[in-house]
Design a protein around this ligand. Structure first.
Ligand code: AMP
Length: 198
């Protein structure tokens, strides 16, 4: 692990990580969560758990997930509202995989307003397309076909990439080069977050 300063105490950290599939977003979310002592909230992981447990949410989302497409915004808002209201998220959280559409970004603002809370930073991890494809093929999950991987990338460009522009319009966005080692990406993110605090 790279040597980085301890997180500053003070108000909580409410972070969103944006990035295409294969950008290392999940890994960075876990590292940031451990560093700041806050939960990493991966909507993809929550949905996969629901599918495994066979509950009504799982039944509702199973086919959409298998196709590589997105679950509808209303369902996702319900899932995220419940999770962000839990006590362990009161001091902060790292959202990994949400929001993924402009509608979800607006839903998130509403959910946070109701708590009440606000985002502290949005980190967009950027990786060149050919590197994403290389990584995707290397780490292919047993249930992923090349078609599903391609579909996820297409959906990212169409639905999620516009969020970068959306957050660029706020003071929240930092764009980070994800084509570095895991430690280097982590250090860059921490510098971006701490820079915004001062
Ligand atoms: P992930 O592990 O983040 O790649 O998510 C796996 C799958 O879960 C995605 O391909 C979507 O089908 C679904 N999913 C996860 N998060 C969201 C979200 N915020 N909005 C819609 N669908 C989602």
């Amino acid at each position: 692990m790279a040597a980085v300063a301890e997180p500053r105490s003070g108000d909580g950290r409410r972070l969103v990580l944006l990035g295409p599939p294969g950008s290392g977003k999940g890994t960075q979310a876990e590292l940031l969560a451990r560093w700041a002592g806050i939960p990493a909230i991966s909507t993809g992981r929550m949905l996969r758990q629901a599918v495994r447990s066979g509950d009504s949410l799982g039944e509702r989302v199973e086919d959409v997930m298998a196709s590589g497409d997105l679950v509808d915004d209303a369902t996702m808002a319900e899932v995220v509202r419940g999770r962000l209201g839990a006590t362990d998220a009161a001091r902060g959280f790292v959202l990994d995989g949400y929001p993924r559409t402009l509608g979800q970004a607006r839903d998130l603002e509403r959910i946070l307003d109701d708590l009440p809370a606000h985002l502290d930073a949005v980190i967009a991890i950027e990786v060149p397309e050919e590197e994403l494809v290389r990584r995707a093929l290397a780490r292919q999950r047993a249930d992923d076909t090349t078609d599903v991987i391609r579909e996820r990338l297409r959906v990212y460009h169409r639905e999620t990439e516009p969020l970068i522009d959306h957050y660029r319009g706020t003071e929240l966005l930092s764009e980070v080069d994800g084509d570095q080692t895991i430690d280097e990406v982590f250090d860059t993110i921490v510098a971006a977050i701490d820079g915004e605090e001062s």
